[in-house]
Design a protein around this ligand. Sequence first.
Ligand code: FAD
Ligand code: DLZ
Ligand code: SF4
Length: 511
Amino acid sequence: MSDRSGPVLVPILGDQLTRTLASLRGQTKENTVILMMEVRDEATYVRHHKQKIALIFSAMRHFAAELREAGWQVDYVALSDKDNAGSFTGEVARAVERHDPAKIRIVEAGEWRVQQAIEEWPGKFACAVEILCDDRFLSSIAQFRDWAEGRKHLTMEHFYREMRRRTGLLIKAGKPVGGEWNLDKQNRESPAGRLDAPPRPQFPPDAITHEVIALVEEHFADHFGALENFGWPVTREQAEQAANAFFAERLEQFGPYQDAMVHGQDDLFHSMLSTSINLGLLDPLDLCRRAQQAYDDGKAPLNSVEGFIRQIIGWREYVRGFYWYCMPELAHANALGASRPLPAFYWTGETDMRCLADCVRATRDNAHAHHIQRLMVLGNFALLAGIDPRQVQEWYLAVYADAYEWVELPNVAAMVLYADGGRLATKPYAASGNYINKMSDYCGKCRYKVSHKTGPDACPFNPLYWHFMHHHRERLESNHRIGRIYATWDKMGEDKQRDYLDSAEAVLKNL
Ligand code: FAD
Ligand code: DLZ
Ligand code: SF4
């Protein structure tokens, strides 16, 4: 142990904006210096959407102000600081010189890349370095590893049931409330006619946000995305208001329309809380308890409440555990050998495929697209077209305001692209235009005909689907969830098969 007598230096990273953060617990305000750093490395390791950088910097600045008001000493390094070293390690080194701390105390990083750097600090700095578990997650990295070890399939549903038991959410006398663990089957209503979802609360930029928007315009002008629509919650108070509005106005319909897509209606009944949860402004367990309360009070049906809780204590916790369990290999996984470059329309939105154009438009305008848009439109196309996983991963990590590698990578590499060879998903989420037509109002006005299977007017998802199935037959035929599809393919006959493959090749050639 160090016999140094300086303060404790507590670096707080951009997605650790939580007043009860483990590194602050037990610290005295007199003997603690909190370090917050805007650094170029983090803003550019992928070319983040402009709204994402503005959101994180604004939330960081608001959080620093809140801490100072509560009496903490905060050493805040702005991006424009002329001596800014540009990296977390560089800035901690400068802070060590400024404060001569007895100890550095930090909560483990969300991303592998950053954690690797932190783990080198003990060898770099003369003071002690204490790295704490991020207990804002309900399942620790070690707990997930214990659960996963020795299992062939890391089935989310099994993990989720354990999390339900562990938290007691929607459990009565040891059994799931309502008798079933998972009500997903009730959550697939198609959006017949128009859906009228109440608009989510917007939080127009205040002086701090205006300042960071100007900074983003100055330093990251060539990054993707529009800033005009900026309305994200940037403080805990605003995030609470957003959560209140969701519980009061949208949770009830959240379940049935969870998978629906409507042109131009970007949020539907989704909570739009992921940015706030991931930044640390909202507590995931608290949100789940509030959802359960809404059910207990008769304000929301079980399928909506169970669906919401499953996304958080199921999927969110699961992908985080999966990420740490599978890194660093997951970042390079490419089980299907996909290698095509990412089509330009992922950035420009310029494509006649109406579903894709709308999802890219929403992504550009809002730095957000909802789950089914990310999975079954943008992701499905990348899967079927065999796009290089690294390029797809980088795109998702850059364009969404809620994207951090721990949550983005498992969703993209494993759920969307099947690049992990099926550890996360029991089958690839491959679908033809039929699925998109059923779950959206996109197809009616599309230049392509969803009912055409092949030829120049056919919905490109149709031939690409069979092209994908055909090319990965060896791997997929033995999969009991998808293998039966090959009987349909075989029955088509050679001419029809050739039509499909030629049409798909024409689509791929034009990308
Ligand atoms: P809601 O639909 O209201 O869901 C409630 C909450 O559940 C979300 O806020 C989120 O915290 C959690 N959640 C739901 N689905 C998932 C999931 N699959 N994984 C983890 N958490 C989930 N989510 C991110 O937070 N960051 C990402 O970078 C991200 N990348 C994704 C990439 C792909 C390809 C896919 C298919 C999904 C991705 N997701 C990601 C999950 C999901 O799309 C977003 O969490 C969701 O769209 C956020 O909007 P919302 O808050 O309205 O979510
Ligand atoms: C995403 C991001 C960006 C754009 N900028 C910063 C920053 O300047 N300072 C900071 O502390 N965090 C930033 N972040 C979030 C970090 O990338 C995130 O905290 C780590 O990746 C988690 O390991
Ligand atoms: Fe998308 Fe095909 Fe429907 Fe057009 S027809 S909107 S490309 S699914």
